[in-house]
Design a binder for this molecule. Structure first.
Ligand code: PLP
Length: 228
């Protein structure tokens, strides 16, 4: 199967998932997660119409970004370390993994001094797995939104989460629902902010994420094959 075929299949499954959830397929964006994959594979996806890509390592993403067509949108889906922040600001149009006030302050400062704007999603931790980062409570989300509200370069666009690694539908959907409910509460409390995006769902759980209101699924292996 070519990447083009894989993309067609994923888009069709995504359409079906949207219809099943009583939603419109246009309301769920497909991100192609291209981490660890060579530029040629991204270009194959690009030729097949894909424009939004997700990467989790800053140097790798930057290398790709400078070689990709200018209408590609690259978004950061891995944990952002502050020593990589300057390059991250040049590389990504959105940081999906904002997980501390400190990181927000550093990003804002860099964006101010380089005259850039940056979209951010607040990452909510909905899993007990220690390897997963993110804000762990609603109070932490609140505090971060309050700080971000006063910033001029960073724009909140919504929330992102990684569900527990499980094939139990109840467990996974509960995590997605928790993220959506936190988003709804924040949107009600901060009506002047944009909380329209919910980045939820990967290859193994995107149908459930769409059922729970995801507006962007992040699909890697179903498009590019398994990562070694
Ligand atoms: C790798 C990754 C994905 C894609 O995972 P697949 O199972 O290959 O679809 C999605 N989101 C995040 C945050 C990732 O790190």
């Amino acid at each position: 199967m070519s990447i083009k075929d894989n993309l067609l299949m994923v888009r069709e499954s995504l359409n079906n998932a949207a219809i099943k959830a009583g939603r419109s397929a246009e309301d769920v964006e497909l991100m192609a997660v291209s981490k660890t994959k060579p530029l040629a594979m991204l270009m194959e996806a690009y030729e097949a119409g894909q424009r939004v890509f997700g990467e989790n390592r800053v140097p790798e993403a930057h290398d790709k970004a400078v070689q990709l067509p200018s209408d590609v949108r690259l978004e950061m889906i891995g944990h952002l370390q502050s020593n990589k922040l300057n390059t991250a600001v040049e590389t990504f149009s959105c940081i999906q993994t904002l997980d501390s006030v400190k990181l927000a302050e550093k990003l804002e400062s860099r964006c101010l001094s380089t005259n850039r704007k940056m979209d951010v999603l607040l990452q909510l931790k909905t899993s007990d797995e220690i390897s997963k980062t993110g804000l762990t409570s609603f109070e932490m989300l609140l505090e971060t939104v309050q700080v971000l509200s006063a910033m001029s370069c960073l724009s909140i666009r919504g929330l992102m989460t990684i569900a527990p690694f499980s094939d139990d539908e109840v467990v996974v959907r509960k995590a997605f629902a928790h993220c959506r409910e936190a988003r709804d509460k924040l949107a009600a409390q901060f009506p002047e902010q944009d909380f329209s995006r919910l980045s939820m769902g990967m290859t193994s759980d995107f149908e459930w994420a769409v059922q729970e209101g995801s507006t962007q699924v992040r699909i890697g292996s179903a498009i590019f094959g398994v990562r070694s």
